[in-house]
Design a protein around this ligand. Sequence first.
Ligand code: ADP
Ligand code: ZN
Ligand code: ZN
Length: 724
Amino acid sequence: MYAEVIIDQDAKALDRVFEYIVPQGMPARVGMRVIVPFGARYIQGFIVALKDSCDYDEKKLKPIKSLVEDFSAIKSEMLSLMKFMAEKYHLKLASILRLFLPSEMREGKVKELFITKYTLNSEVDITLSKTAKKQQEAIDYLKENISATSVELNEKFGASSIKSLFEKGFILKEKEQINRVPLVGDDNLKKVTLNPMQENAINTITENKTYLLHGVTGSGKTEVYMHLIEKELAKGKNAIMLVPEISLTPQIMSNFKARFGEKVALLHSGLSAGERFDEWKRLFSGEAHIAIGARSAIFAPLENLGIIIIDEEHEQSYISESNPRYNTHVVAEFRARYNSCPLVLGSATPCVESYEKAKKGEYTLIELPVRANGREMPKIQIIDMINELRAGNSGIFSSQLVSDLANVINNKKQAMIFINRRGYASFMRCRECGYIAKCSDCDVSLVYHREDNRLKCHYCGKQFKVLDRCPQCGSENIKHGAVGTEKVVQELKTLFPDVKILRMDNDTTSTKNAHQKILNEFKNSLPAILVGTQMIAKGHDFENVVLVGIVDADQSLYQTDYRSTERTFQLITQVSGRAGRSQEEGKVVLQTYAPRHYVYKFVSNYDYKGFFKKEENIREVSNFPPFSRIIRVLFADTDENYVRDLLKSCYNSAIKLKEKYPNEIIYMDAMKSPIKRMQNKYRYQILTRVRLEHSDEIEKDLFEIVDKASKNSVFFEINPQNLS
Ligand code: ADP
Ligand code: ZN
Ligand code: ZN
């Protein structure tokens, strides 16, 4: 027998199937990991097919050396998915397979955690000499306790006594595997009666289709998800539920753990390597039935899926922007169709692409238009910050926000202050000549962090000393610019010195379980103010939050990106949704320097449909997705001459596609990437925008041109989230 093997190496030249002989008697199966000879060494690979004849010269084929384990680590669905993703995203096979296994398993870093336990051997008569007192005590102890760990026994009775008992056959070893179960918050099992709209959603979502669940913040989507999952578990099926990022996890997890207990496995980047591995194994072995996690949990090793849910489906984090690049929606759709089960995309602010699909009937739209507990949506008041300036207030907070905050504090309630940026302040800028401090490797502005008084690069993590003199003109008038979370906290502490003020952003949550600690502290403090970035915008359900302040709403409007208005709408809706979720009415104070921008009109009326219509129209007229496809081909290398030449030759061929598709290519050009250097690699790109019709063919042609010309792999990005 012969095996087709993919070598676990991330090199373009090795990105194909290699044939090996399966030695007589080796119980090889498809999906198994194997060790094979490769050149002068041994290397790990995956069997992707078995066959009776070989395509190459048999005499040149080598035998598989050994199997890594006696089961198929890659199940057959995942092999199909591998082929699909390779075709769809032009990815290397090995890099896709790596997504399917915990890295610890691939690299063999973390071993399974075993501890030895001892029990009495009931098959023999235990007779000990009178002098062996310790041994007798150990036997008595085991009679009473039935079993005990070697650690405990050695400590109590001495390692030599235990060893001697074992050698005489009086006690038996049993190996027991310990799962490192990750920490989750306090269990809160809320019992609610579903309202008719929730009932309707649950009864509708039954088919092998994609559903868009458009429910306002607080409409009880989580409750719908849990019922859907419950229904599938009862049928003996499994479920995957994706949530956008780690900040959501503690609350959702504790809800799910309370409802489903050990059936839930958690997969996210905040876990230790060991925890991740253990959770993965619980899913793989069928011990756990629900995988909950961020993007990568879509690759959970579950078979027999009954439902896949993507909560906050509009979130950017569902698109992988580093290699291997893929869109989670597309992968989820593949798995749902493979398992013939529903895929549910839930959001209060669906992305324009998804809503467009619902409009066209590709997705089934289900709406939850009101809050589950019947409360009104919080009123959003728009404050014109230019008026504040004219009135002599040049501070961070409008007088309205300050007085509303004072009210909240007097009533012993809670407020959240949202700021769309991390760090104390952003750029370091020379007021004389305009010089901005940049990272030496990445060519992006550095961000000032007050805690350690350093400038940091958010792309590569490099740190730099703060400048006290402009390197360009020598001026000492060099300052840090806009407001960040730290600055807001500092100002609040001056305004309200006795109030508990907490901060949540990337910097305060880098340690394990830090999110949960901050959230718990906030939950248990009255009055209190939580200041934070995007992290506080999503998912949280605090009953005492009655006020949300948005310090600088325009922040996300001015990115050079066709999606910036959509993102602003989503962000403001999400963060506003944190207010007034319980008994008390909520309010939102939105500070802006552009109060007449259309996004604020729609967002303050909770008019998603109105916003969608306007945005759809703008996209259609200007030929942007979902009415076109943007393809970026990114070339990056440490050798600038090499990338530049490569770019030129690819572009010369690519531009000829305009003859083949004269009406379909709206735009095509070759250029330096906006970030010209990142992690020491020079970055160039071909950027093109094409009409939807024939977009697949154009993409394929483009890929062939680039693939032929390049020695390394090149990144293809479809409708990239950011063009840095
Ligand atoms: P969403 O995810 O849609 O923003 P949640 O699922 O967080 O909303 O629900 C908001 C709140 O409403 C939660 O506290 C939840 O327990 C509660 N809730 C959900 N369904 C009902 C219901 N049918 N009746 C009363 N309260 C409900
Ligand atoms: Zn200067
Ligand atoms: Zn950098």
